[in-house]
Design a protein around this ligand. Structure first.
Ligand SMILES: Nc1ncnc2c1ncn2[C@@H]1O[C@H](COP(=O)(O)OP(=O)(O)O)[C@@H](O)[C@H]1O
Ligand SMILES: [Mg+2]
Length: 370
């Protein structure tokens, strides 16, 4: 069976370029930004980790979103697991870490792994523990560690985030031959807030990079697969690009759109997107979410979906129809709530409804009918 879901774009060159940046500035992490669901985690897992492994590093992945409230514990836990994998190399991960380095890179060029520093019991204080674990893993794997900290901005301005960042910063500096780090984030604002809460501007702490979204190569693979299924139909990658752009370059949603086209034997991606927006299973989920929102939040969400500026005078006038006491400061508070809930995302450029299907729904007739 030909499936659209199996389609994968690999970006080893992008991974190598990030590793080269890291090697050129020991002690300084890079932070990759992109909206949700464009492929950051996929990239860490399928491109960065294997490339790093081949380049002589021991990659360690920690999802900080899953451990809200305890980011440092999440990193320490991931390091402990990696140490277990190396020390008891019966698992696949452990064998991988010990396999020979294929390509020589600048990593670890000058380091000697002599005798391991005398082992003391691991400190329980999280920031000291991070330091000890990094060193222990580097010695066990006999190579520098690459920390991949996914969704590092999750904790925003919380004290735990500031503590995590200063511990990380200290370890990256002090052990710079032994550890490198890549952070990802879907909110540049949140990570900036987090770093300034830790007492330093972001650019001093890390090199900030926009993580590139997938492009034509991905659409070409979709088109190829579509043609295999429908040899007589004409579809080209340029037919798909406008919709891919409109949905914020989210590959899984694009696969769903092309699957929908394929099922209908249609070559019209806009119509397929609209069909997805109207599907019962999505709508009932959104209604449940919308139900939990305060009236002003719900009305503001619709305005944002319509790409209207939330704080503009006519927007506030519109909101007053639903929430009579709407004021600029109430709208600001409402924006914060929507951001925190993940329903909207904001960058320096604009505020938008995060999920393109929900955005489509909020601006469609379907909403007016329910
Ligand atoms: N390079 C890729 N090739 C094919 N599909 C991808 C690729 N990157 C991401 N995807 C699809 O998009 C989904 C969301 O990607 P993910 O990495 O979780 O996004 P993010 O971490 O940015 O939120 C993945 O589950 C996968 O289905
Ligand atoms: Mg992710």
């Amino acid at each position: 069976m030909l499936s659209f879901d199996d389609i994968e774009v690999r970006r080893p060159d992008l991974a190598s370029s990030y590793l080269a940046l890291l090697a050129a500035q020991p002690g300084r992490p890079i932070a990759l930004f992109a909206p949700r669901r464009v492929g950051k985690t996929f990239f860490l897992d399928s491109d960065l980790a294997p490339t790093a492994r081949n380049g002589g590093l021991a990659p360690v992945y920690a999802d900080l979103w899953l451990h809200r409230g305890a980011p440092l514990d999440a990193i320490n836990h991931a390091l402990e697991e990696a140490i277990d994998d190396v020390s008891v190399p019966t698992t696949k991960a452990g064998r991988r870490v010990r396999t020979a380095v294929k390509s020589v890179t600048a990593f670890g060029a000058g380091i000697e792994f002599g005798d391991e520093p005398a082992r003391r019991s691991l400190p329980s204080e999280p920031s000291l523990r991070l330091d000890a674990l990094v060193l222990r893993l580097a010695y066990a794997a006999r190579r520098p560690v690459l920390l991949m900290l996914d969704e590092a901005q999750t904790h925003g301005e919380h004290a735990e985030a500031a503590a995590m960042l200063s511990a990380l910063r200290a370890v990256l500096h002090r052990r710079r031959q032994y550890v490198y780090a890549v952070l990802t984030g879907s909110s540049q604002d949140a990570i900036a807030a987090m770093v300034s809460a830790a007492g330093a501007p972001m650019y001093q702490f890390a090199q900030l990079l926009d993580f590139p979204v997938l492009g034509n190569q991905f659409l070409e693979l979709l088109v190829q697969r579509f043609r295999e299924v429908h040899p007589s139909k004409r579809l080209s990658e340029s037919d798909l690009m406008p919709v891919f752009q409109k949905i914020g370059y989210k590959p899984q949603l694009m696969k769903d759109i092309v699957k929908e086209m394929s099922a209908e034997g249609s070559t019209d991606p806009v119509a397929a997107f609209e069909r997805l927006v109207r599907q019962e299973r999505h709508i009932s989920g959104w209604l449940a979410i919308l139900d939990t929102l305060a009236p002003i939040d719900r009305a503001l969400l619709v305005l944002i979906a319509e790409e209207r500026a939330p704080l503009a005078r006519d927007s506030i006038a519109e909101l007053k129809k639903t929430a009579r006491d709407a004021t600029v400061s109430k709208v600001r508070a409402s924006l914060e709530r929507l951001k925190r809930s993940g329903l909207i995302s904001s960058s320096a450029r604009r505020v938008q409804v995060e999920d393109p299907l929900l955005r489509g729904y909020l601006t469609s007739d379907a909403r007016r009918l329910t």
